[in-house]
Write a protein that binds this ligand. Sequence first.
Ligand SMILES: [Zn+2]
Length: 228
Amino acid sequence: MTDSSSMLGQERAAVAAACRRLGAEGLLIGTAGNVSVRAGERVAITATGAVLAHLTPDQVTVVDLDGKVVAGNLQPTSELELHLGVYHRYGAGAVVHTHAPMATALSCVLDELPCIHYQLLALGGTVRVAPYATFGTPELAESVLAALEGRSAALMANHGALTHAPTLDKAVEDALLLEWACGVYQHAAAVGRPRVLDEQQQLAVIEAALARDYGTTRPVPPVHEESR
Ligand SMILES: [Zn+2]
């Protein structure tokens, strides 16, 4: 523990703001879940036992890539090893883990969330469900890391969900997208057997997205005098 409250001040504030947003969206309930962002050799990560929907920057701890606390007065989350594993193996910039209701419900039933909507391709397509292991264990970290191969999201059996991205904003958006998709799946499955996009349909979406720069706003070309 160090009294270096200014270390990674911006990142700690960003993690706290991300938690408050995820809390407001209903993805973080009580003290369950954890969020981190990486800045070089340091990681700003939520403290264990903190109420995430009301998180303040002083409830975000700074660790090095081996998990040693370098700033902050609170113990980091019990899923520290999982977060560090994602940084080491996938070179992520941020990690969001939640016990979001829709994702957690599906994690109790499915082996994977099939690609039922083209937006899931933003997460890598089909989302695997990592086999269950006790929270905070190396076994759980390994299980989730394996499920993330080629993906930026995974469900965790009978536990929750995880997303990672180059930036914290993107990891939060992906967590919201995953929760939305899990809700869509549940509604669809209640009515019948959801259709799944086949490989060709998925490929066509990726090609169309690349061609149109999907997801970014584009200005309308200026109006010429003669066309008024
Ligand atoms: Zn958890």
